[in-house]
Design a protein around this ligand. Sequence first.
Ligand code: HEC
Length: 200
Amino acid sequence: MTGPRTGPGAPPSAPTDKLLDHTYDGIQEYDNPMPRWWLLTFAGTVIFSVIYMFNVGPVGSGKGRIADYDASVAAYKAAHPEPEATLPPEQLAAIVADAGARERGKTVYATNCASCHRADGGGLIGPNLADDAWIHGGTPVDVYRTINLGVLEKGMPNWGKLLKPAQLQEVVAYVVSLQGTNPPNPKPPQGPAQAPAPTP
Ligand code: HEC
């Protein structure tokens, strides 16, 4: 290798650099600008920060960070839909019409619901389920929603989390079939009266 040695340990280069004017207690400094590659990188980060702030394509979609965030959230929600609180009326009508489902629902009811609604649905802690008065609506769609989500602040558990989906549907079929069975000594009606849900 020819030429002067460079790197650590090399003899100090001849002071050809430009000396700056100022002096601090007799100490002077040379004019050594930042290396070009460093300055270009720094300028690049500044430019990138502006692009990032306003999210100008091709870095983002060009709509801005907040719109991009909202779009990702919407895409996630579309891919993971909330389970429906209730089922379509046709599906429930089919379950309500199924005598086997009502019979299985009776067992689910006896195990889980009778303690609060009485074995015959006449009502105890919970309202009478055999009359045509409903706090939360008496159509199979309403009854499914109430049993599924519960009314936690009033002490009605959210059975959607506690029962299997089939059991939930069966107990809805059974509750709907309690309409007009006139159990003795019922709890007085609570909520507005509704035409009884059509029983098969
Ligand atoms: C720990 C007591 C308790 C148990 C167990 C319970 N419920 Fe309830 N239920 C309630 C209470 C209290 C209400 C009244 C909620 C209100 O006032 O809004 C209620 C309301 C209801 C309603 C709505 C009545 C209306 O008038 O709209 C239905 C339907 C119902 N329960 C069905 C069931 C079924 C089916 C089960 C069993 C799977 C069950 N409940 C178990 C306490 C209970």
